[in-house]
Design a binder for this molecule. Structure first.
Ligand SMILES: Cc1cc2nc3c(=O)[nH]c(=O)nc-3n(C[C@H](O)[C@H](O)[C@H](O)COP(=O)(O)O)c2cc1C
Length: 175
């Protein structure tokens, strides 16, 4: 199972989440965690699972994340399982802000969903709902428990992915 976790991060929070996600994979899973600006085209070839995460910036993924997603060819993710996550401020923080911010969050949302939509548009098979992980304040740190929650989220993907592989490659019945 060749896995790639791509992340962007300005203050280090999304990087920490990406690394927590990486901990859900065993040595046999061949998982790499790479910052979006360092991804080489060949790293996107032959993947069984691609996870992309970004900080939410103005309701969207970071520019570098959007650029990377746009650079993937049409159907470039055919046969690849995909998942998406973001980091974002807490609902309590947004509730403290002006009404216009609350309204814009309701309308435009966060980064994970557009990332997932883009991965699916490129032919990927979405294996889990897009997920958001919370930072306290604008620059973090992460809300308590989010690293553990990220690892649990990824474990669900691993369990699901292995199930997909078992169905795809059934063990021959020699009885
Ligand atoms: C310019 C800017 C825009 C932001 N826009 C949003 C936003 O629209 N929604 C949100 O929930 N958080 C927003 N945030 C908070 C970021 O999501 C937060 O800084 C990020 O999760 C931290 O992750 P990082 O340390 O990996 O950069 C914004 C932060 C900055 C600096």
């Amino acid at each position: 199972m060749k896995t790639l976790v791509i992340y962007d991060s300005f203050f280090g929070n999304t990087e920490q989440i990406a690394r927590a996600i990486g901990r859900a994979f065993g040595p046999e899973d061949d998982a790499a965690i790479v910052r979006v600006g360092d991804v080489k085209p060949e790293q996107l070839a032959g993947l069984s699972l691609l996870i992309v995460g970004s900080p939410t910036r103005a309701f969207r993924p970071s520019q570098a994340t959007t650029k990377l997603l746009k650079s993937i060819a049409r159907e470039g993710l055919g046969g690849v399982n995909v998942a998406a996550f973001d980091t974002r401020v807490t609902e309590e923080e947004i509730a403290k802000g002006p009404w216009i911010l609350r309204k814009m969050v309701r309308i435009f949302g966060y980064a994970a969903k557009p990332i997932a939509d883009s991965l699916v548009k490129k032919g990927g098979e979405l294996v889990i709902a897009p997920e958001g992980f919370f930072v306290t304040g604008n620059e973090g740190p992460l809300k308590e428990g989010e690293l553990e929650r990220a690892e649990e989220w990824a474990k669900k993907i691993v369990a699901g992915d292995l199930r997909v592989q078992r169905v795809a490659h059934p063990v021959p019945d020699n009885t």
